[in-house]
Design a protein around this ligand. Structure first.
Ligand SMILES: C[S@@+](CC[C@H](N)C(=O)[O-])C[C@H]1O[C@@H](n2cnc3c(N)ncnc32)[C@H](O)[C@@H]1O
Length: 191
């Protein structure tokens, strides 16, 4: 069915969602975001992917489902309590979890070293945007969600979102599309 991908979710996602609900984790990426991430990950055979903000691993499960045998994913979060849920459900030699501040991690990486970046934490979106985009190879994909108004947004967040979208769209090295899909996505390709 159009607009509903839960039925096509990887088994690990279903398990992690149940655990996330039990824990009261209130920042999950939507299933439709995950379905698009899986598709984009599959378009990068042998690629190196980066996720900023593991959370409990909901989006991670979808990304992993799109990886081919030679691709890999690094997923970074500062909060061990939520990342431990992901670690418990997603055991795969292609996946490495890093417990660190996302911006610190970004600053330690070589330029043009990733094929896809899903930035779902403050770092990589509202902090260190230029440094994060430096990590993308030519043709690499940058993905963010929560760009349409959300009930949990703090006061004044819309202005930050508008500024971020404008910054992305003004970059000569990025082809950007806004998608009214799930919580509102922006996908960019490095030119
Ligand atoms: C929106 S949630 C990510 C949800 C995830 N996509 C999922 O589907 O489960 C944002 C995550 O960013 C993490 N985070 C917050 N500040 C961070 C930072 N400075 N560096 C890395 N991760 C951070 C939070 O702990 C939280 O798990």
């Amino acid at each position: 069915m159009f607009g509903d991908h839960e039925h096509a979710a990887p088994p690990a996602w279903t398990e992690i969602r149940a655990r996330s609900t039990a824990l009261g984790f209130d920042m999950p990426s939507e299933a439709n975001t995950g379905a698009l991430l899986r598709l984009l990950a599959a378009s990068k055979p042998g690629g190196r992917m980066l996720e900023l903000g593991t959370g409990t691993g909901l989006a991670t499960a979808w990304l992993m489902d799109g990886l081919d045998a030679s691709a890999s994913l690094v997923s970074v979060d500062v909060d061990p309590a939520v990342q431990d849920v992901a670690r418990g459900h997603l055991k795969d030699s292609r996946l490495r979890f890093v417990l660190a501040d996302g911006l610190d991690y970004v600053r330690e990486q070589a330029p043009e070293s990733f094929d896809l970046i899903f930035a779902d934490a403050w770092p990589g979106k509202y902090e260190g945007l230029d440094e994060t985009l430096e990590l993308l190879k030519r043709g690499g994909l940058y993905v963010i969600d929560d760009m349409l108004p959300q009930p949990n947004w703090p006061e004044g967040h819309q202005a930050r979102v508008d500024d971020l979208a404008a910054r992305l769209e003004s970059r000569p090295d990025l082809i950007v599309t806004r998608l009214a899909w799930a919580s509102g996505l922006i996908v960019g390709a490095k030119a």
